[in-house]
Ligand binder design. Structure first.
Ligand SMILES: [Fe+2]
Length: 203
C-alpha cells in the first residue's frame, strides 16, 4: 500500500492518494488534480478508482467533482452529511473562502462493498463523519478526517456537530489495535497506540 499525503487543501487540510493492488483511493479531494497528476504521474497507473469523503466540509471536498471526472469514478460520502453540501454555513466554506455551494453526485459510502475497505461511522464533528480503514495484509491505515487528530480531535461546534457523539466515536476508535496507522484530515500522522498514550481525548 502506497500512501501519499498532500497537505495543500484549504486550511492545510490533508488529501490522501492511496494505491493498493492497482486500485486508487482518493480521500478528501481538496487539491486541484492537475498539478498532482503532473507531480506524481506514477500514482495514476490504476485499474479502478474511488473518491472517498470523510465529511462534507469545504476543506475536504473542494475538488471532489474534478477528481471523479478525471478518474472516471464515483464519489462516496455519508448521506448524513448530504444536507451540509448546499450551504456555505453547512460546508464551512463561508468561513474559509466565501460561500461555495456543492451539488455533488455522490453515492452512499456505506454501500461501498469493497474488500479491504471498511467504513466506520464516527459522528461528532458532523453527523455524517466517517473514518475509512484500508487494509493491506497486516497493515491497517485509518483515515480519520476531522474526528481524530494526532494529540487532539475535531471541533464539534459546526452545524450537526455533537461533543457527546464525538466522545463516543473516539471511545470506539480507542478500541482498535495499537498498530493501526492514523491519517488525520489535518496535521501529522500517528497510530492508535500513540494516541492511547498521549491524546487527552482518548483518556
Ligand atoms: Fe471539518
Amino acid at each position: 500500500m502506497d500512501i501519499r499525503i498532500i497537505p495543500l487543501g484549504p486550511l492545510s487540510s490533508n488529501m490522501y492518494v492511496v494505491r493498493r493492488a492497482g486500485i486508487l483511493y482518493v480521500i478528501d479531494p481538496s487539491v486541484d488534480p492537475d498539478p498532482v497528476r503532473k507531480a506524481v504521474p506514477d500514482l495514476f497507473d490504476f485499474s479502478q478508482a474511488f473518491v472517498l469523503i470523510t465529511h462534507a466540509h469545504y476543506d475536504h471536498i473542494a475538488f471532489a467533482r474534478e477528481w471523479s471526472e478525471l478518474l472516471k469514478c464515483s464519489i462516496y460520502m455519508s448521506p448524513d452529511d448530504g444536507q451540509l453540501l448546499a450551504s456555505g454555513e453547512g460546508n464551512c466554506s463561508s468561513i474559509i473562502n466565501g460561500e461555495v455551494k456543492f451539488d455533488l453526485p455522490y453515492k452512499d459510502i456505506y454501500s461501498l462493498d469493497h474488500e479491504g475497505v471498511e467504513i466506520i461511522k464516527t459522528p461528532g464533528h458532523t453527523s455524517g463523519s466517517v473514518c475509512i480503514m484500508i487494509s493491506d495484509g497486516d497493515r491497517k491505515a485509518l483515515f480519520t478526517g476531522d474526528t481524530l487528530f494526532s494529540g487532539s480531535c475535531g471541533r464539534t461546534d459546526f452545524p450537526t456537530g455533537s461533543s457527546a457523539e464525538m466522545m463516543s466515536s473516539l471511545k470506539m476508535l480507542s478500541t482498535l489495535d495499537d498498530a493501526v496507522e492514523v491519517y488525520p484530515g489535518h496535521g501529522s500522522h500517528s497510530d492508535i497506540g500513540t494516541e492511547k498514550q498521549y491524546n487527552p481525548y482518548f483518556l
